[in-house]
Design a protein around this ligand. Structure first.
Ligand code: AMP
Ligand code: MN
Ligand code: MN
Ligand code: MN
Length: 283
């Protein structure tokens, strides 16, 4: 069985390890094929690829794009993208600019409940100063003693309905998929179980995703229960979509599955990597 992980994060977005450290950890833990999929940024790919080559890991260029769809936030993973493709580069730069503005809004909301200087505090956790997200605020709030860990800080302050949440308009689904396809990649709906969509809305999403030429559903991920894995495997088969798998690793102890630990896709799934030429040698 191929040890493959097609979803993880580095310090380029909200992961705790640099691209080099991440690939080194993947190598130690037996990963043979790895995609780095930082939120809205591809600046880590060159470094990760270079280290992967020295470790005999097949490296896949990836990204996880933040999307607004029907007033909800979704994540679309792009796999095997070309990081030189200008519309992708420009599109992601625009999404990151939106993040900078949103961070100011989050800080303003937190100030209203007496939490001051959170923008500077969050930025202290931002590696490359290119991209800021809620996780950086979460780490600052934990540091300040507002909650015991990142998970509880999200629940208390950073999710919809809580004081530090601000609505935000991300990329359009069609744009994100367009950038991925234009750069030669495949689009994957990341962790669909995380969106808590009702049956009809979920079917609408899959229909729209298929109509836009989307390729796969992330079936195996740290976010899914065993029931959800079965469920989304079936959805993928019913819709004629391929299946993907990724830990969504952000750092040691931060995701259910560490790098190299993922279970296999359920029987009957068509892997999103089934025809990748770069994998031919080891399949
Ligand atoms: P953002 O894209 O800035 O809104 O941040 C989204 C990121 O926050 C996700 O990729 C996760 O890394 C993290 N996140 C979201 N919800 C939670 C949660 N409930 N607990 C812990 N981390 C979360
Ligand atoms: Mn994240
Ligand atoms: Mn995600
Ligand atoms: Mn992710």
């Amino acid at each position: 069985m191929l040890n493959i992980d097609l979803h993880c994060h580095s310090t380029i977005s909200d992961g705790l390890l640099t691209p080099t450290q991440l690939v080194e950890r993947a190598a130690i833990r037996g990963v043979e094929t790895l995609a780095l999929t930082d939120h809205d940024d591809i600046a880590g790919l060159a470094e990760a690829r270079q280290i992967a080559e020295t470790k005999n890991i097949t490296f896949i260029n990836g990204v996880e794009i933040s999307v607004s769809w029907r007033g909800r936030t979704l994540h679309i993973v792009g796999l095997d993208i070309d990081p030189q493709y200008t519309p992708l580069i420009e599109g992601l730069a625009a999404v990151r600019a939106g993040r900078t503005q949103r961070a100011e809004n989050i800080a303003a909301e937190l100030a209203k409940i007496g939490i001051h200087d959170s923008l500077e505090g969050a930025y202290a956790y931002v590696g490359e100063q290119r991209l800021i997200g809620r996780t950086h605020f979460a780490r600052f709030l934990v540091e300040q003693g507002y909650a015991k860990d990142v998970k509880s800080v999200f629940k208390k302050y950073l999710i919809k309905g809580k004081p530090g949440y601000t609505p935000h308009e991300w990329a359009a689904l069609s744009d994100a998929i367009g950038w991925i396809h234009g750069s030669g990649g495949r689009a994957v709906i990341a962790h669909p179980g995380r969106y808590h969509l009702g049956k009809n809305v979920l079917n609408d999403l899959f229909d729209e995703f298929c109509a836009l030429g989307g390729a796969a559903i992330e079936v195996v991920t740290s976010s899914h229960t065993p029931e959800q894995v079965k469920d989304f495997a079936k959805h993928a088969q019913d819709m004629g979509l391929m299946a993907s798998c990724g830990s969504d690793f952000h750092g040691p102890g931060e995701s259910y599955y560490d790098l190299g630990q993922l279970p296999e896709l359920p029987l009957g799934c068509k892997p999103v990597w089934h025809d990748w030429k770069s994998l031919a040698a080891i399949e």
